[in-house]
Design a binder for this molecule. Structure first.
Ligand code: NDP
Ligand code: 2IT
Length: 443
């Protein structure tokens, strides 16, 4: 049995019933085969056995009282995966589907993503099975305060710095920051995605979506394509989808569809982003409300967004939202590039379809790294007690995304996988972490 197979077996055995985690590990380990062959020292030092096992997993009770006076209990967690290259860093997800298998897959991906940014941040993820939908601001605040009342003892500006993910935006970060400060008396950069008046970075809100489009632009330019006049389909309508749409529009592309977990909108004239921002960022409403304002647009209940004809597809909602059938539909409709704003949105079968049909493909850990990269820039600004302008942060973000593309492409080429950014991103992200682990001994 190969080294990779051996480690994979242990992962499945030790983490039963966690298919998303198995999927993320399988993809990374497979693409490391050529590296492991060239560098037997990684096996000798047990790098794979160690990298697939989180350094620390914290699971805790989150009790809170709803607006009817009823006691509610959720399960919170933080999985601190790897601190070889810096303090733990990664988002918090609030969604009813959260369980350790989801947080482990996200935390594992985060190790390599964070390494690709070139900045000194380790990998972690956390979250809770709390559903923010339909909750009042007061309920969200009581939940966030209770969540932080346990989490605070495990984090710190130089220990572990959480941020947003699905269901966690500026409002939630604010409530959590307030509670952290109240308990510890520390005014420090313990969370990123903070408000601009209290330590947040300009361009962090836009960063994941903008970064996704910067990297995609670089990838398609290399093959003589551009966003100018391209038709683009984007899934989701949250933070990542909104700012990806904005950047595509700035580059002259036309975004014709967006969705949420209920259904999708198709606007042949191009999405009006002001309407989407009002519905999603202000009213916290549903995407179907869009057609009330734009009656020439159409709303379709359920899935099906990938059946729309487009040149570029940017999945920005959630894991495994784009399957083999969707990938075939995109190929049949002439789509030439797919880049993942979400974490692991394409199933392994879908990725195979893209690669077999020479569709340019950028995996999430490269394409959506702009969010966490800008979080690391927020940490730097907090340490300096200084803030950069929007233009300064945006320029750094762009530079980081271009470098991620170049480094992943170069790693793919070096190991004989020209144009395979899945392999390239995994190898480039892995090497820096693995060499740091080697240098730091068996820990
Ligand atoms: P938001 O909560 O702002 O938005 C999530 C969007 O995805 C919503 O439109 C939501 O619809 C939709 N969605 C969520 N779950 C599902 C589901 N099970 N089925 C269908 N649609 C769903 O989150 P973000 O925009 O921040 O995150 C989107 C993705 O990007 C996630 O995969 C996240 O891990 C990833 N990401 C986020 C980063 C960030 O900085 N925020 C950085 C890097 C990656 P609904 O409202 O109906 O639930
Ligand atoms: O998946 C991700 O990279 C994020 N949700 C952002 C994490 C961060 O620390 O900004």
């Amino acid at each position: 049995m190969s080294y990779v197979q051996e480690v994979m077996e242990t992962v499945v055995k030790r983490n039963p019933n966690e298919p998303e985690f198995h999927q993320a590990v399988q993809e990374v380990l497979e693409s490391l085969e050529p590296v492991l062959e060239k560098h037997p020292e990684y096996r000798t030092a047990g790098i794979l056995e160690r990298i697939v096992e989180p350094e620390r997993q914290i699971i805790f009770r989150v009790p809170w009282v709803d607006d009817n006076g009823k006691v509610q209990v959720n399960r919170g967690m933080r999985i601190q995966f790897n601190s070889a290259i810096g303090p733990y860093k990664g988002g918090l997800r609030l969604h009813p589907t959260v369980y350790p298998g989801i947080i482990k897959f996200l935390g594992f991906e985060q190790i390599f993503k964070n390494s690709l940014t070139g900045l000194p941040i380790g990998g972690a993820k956390g979250g809770c099975d709390f559903d923010p939908k339909g909750k009042s601001d007061a309920e969200v605040m009581r939940f966030c305060q209770s969540f932080m009342t346990e989490l605070y003892r495990h984090i710190g500006a130089d220990i572990d710095v959480p941020a947003g993910d699905i269901g966690v935006g500026g409002r939630e970060i604010g409530f959590m920051y307030g509670q952290y400060k109240r308990i510890t008396t520390l005014y420090e950069g313990v969370l990123t995605g903070k408000g601009l008046n209290w330590g947040g970075s300009l361009a962090r809100t836009e960063a994941t979506g903008y970064g996704l489009v910067y990297l995609t632009d670089e990838m398609i330019k290399a093959k003589g394509k551009s966003f100018k006049d391209a038709t683009v389909v984007i899934s989701g309508s949250g933070n990542v989808a909104i700012y990806a749409t904005q950047k595509v529009q700035q580059l002259g592309g036309k975004v014709v569809a967006l969705n949420d977990s209920n259904g999708y909108i198709y606007d042949k004239d191009g999405i009006n982003l002001d309407t989407v921002k009002r519905i999603k960022e202000v009213e916290r409403g549903r995407i179907k409300d869009y057609v009330k304002v734009h009656p020439t647009a159409e709303y379709f209940e359920g899935t099906g967004i990938w059946k729309i004809k487009c040149d570029v597809a940017l999945p920005c909602a959630t894991q495994n939202e784009l399957d083999e059938e969707d990938a075939k539909a995109l190929v049949a409709n002439g789509c030439f590039a797919v880049a993942e704003g979400a974490n692991m949105p394409s199933t392994p079968e879908a990725v195979k379809v893209f690669q077999a049909n020479k569709v340019m493909f950028a995996p999430g850990k490269a394409a959506n790294a702009g969010g966490v990269a800008t979080s690391a820039l927020e940490m730097s600004q907090n340490s300096m007690r200084y803030s950069w302008t929007f233009e300064e942060v945006d320029a750094k973000l762009k530079d980081i995304m271009v470098n991620i593309y170049k480094n992943a492409s170069a790693a793919a080429r070096e190991y004989g996988y020209e144009d395979n950014l899945v392999v390239g991103a995994n190898i480039a992200g892995f090497l820096k972490v693995a060499d740091s682990m080697l240098a730091q001994g068996i820990v």
